[in-house]
Design a protein around this ligand. Structure first.
Ligand SMILES: [Fe+2]
Length: 248
């Protein structure tokens, strides 16, 4: 079965979260596996999600009272749901505000713009990514995309477009992030998947038909910080069985 049965009266966000939990499963090997058909069904649900479906403006009204957000210094973040296998969160950027280049180690991510427009720069690691401390990694810079509300979601995987930066265009922008597994998950054989930040250090043309770009890790940028807001949308069933107790 590709998707869960829709329950009359169930909100779109509740149905999406159930589909997320049905899609991503832990394996005995300590990695997250997903069924392609279930993923496609989940992606369609994400593509159809709007700001109204999660009452974004109600959450934002509260967030706008926070000095850091009101002064357009901080990025807004609203956690909708979290489990050991996945997380759903909304980020709100002010006009021209940047989310610096960062990674999603061994994670799958879906980014759906629900308000305004953003420009996304993505990078794919070349090679196995073995990285000596202090040395830059080599990536292929993907074509920059501008994504607006109403457009389909962007997808990143452990091996494709795992590094990206995001900037809000024309005005305030908001996007939903579905990530599996969440950051700070212990995965056997891997380092803890903390979020690392990067800067471009040089660029040369013409490798594999794209641009080869070196990314150097940097400390978390001091001018990038978030204000947490409360989720004020329709109720989402927060209970989920422990996916690590029902391994595939
Ligand atoms: Fe990201």
């Amino acid at each position: 079965m590709a998707s869960l049965r829709y329950v009359a009266g169930q909100s779109k966000i509740d149905a999406l979260w159930k589909q997320v939990l049905d899609t991503f499963k832990w394996t005995q090997a300590g990695t997250v596996h997903y069924d392609e058909e279930k993923f496609a069904s989940m992606k369609r649900q994400v593509d159809n999600l709007t700001a109204e479906d999660i009452s974004l403006e109600d959450s934002l009204a509260e967030m706008r009272l926070h000095e850091g957000f009101k002064n357009e210094e901080a990025v807004g973040s609203i956690q909708i749901c979290n489990s050991d296998v996945a997380t759903m969160q909304v980020f709100v950027l002010h006009k021209d505000q940047h989310m610096p280049i960062h990674d999603h180690p061994n994670m799958i991510g879906i980014l759906k713009v629900i308000k305004g427009c953003v420009r996304v720069n993505s990078y794919t690691l070349i090679g196995n990514g073995s990285q000596k401390p202090g040395c830059a990694i080599v990536t292929t810079k993907k074509q920059t995309v501008e994504v607006c509300k109403g457009d389909p979601a962007c997808v990143l995987t452990p091996s494709e477009r795992n590094y990206h930066s995001i900037v809000a265009l024309n005005g305030e922008a908001a996007f939903l992030d579905v990530l599996s597994p969440p950051y700070f998950t212990n995965m056997p054989g891997h380092e803890l998947n903390v979020c690392n930040y990067y800067k471009e250090v040089n660029e040369t043309e013409g490798f594999n038909g794209g641009d080869v770009v070196r990314l150097q890790t940097i400390p978390p940028p001091e001018d990038y910080w978030t204000v947490k807001g409360n989720y004020r949308g329709p109720e989402v069933q927060r209970f989920s069985p422990s996916h690590r107790n029902s391994l595939q």
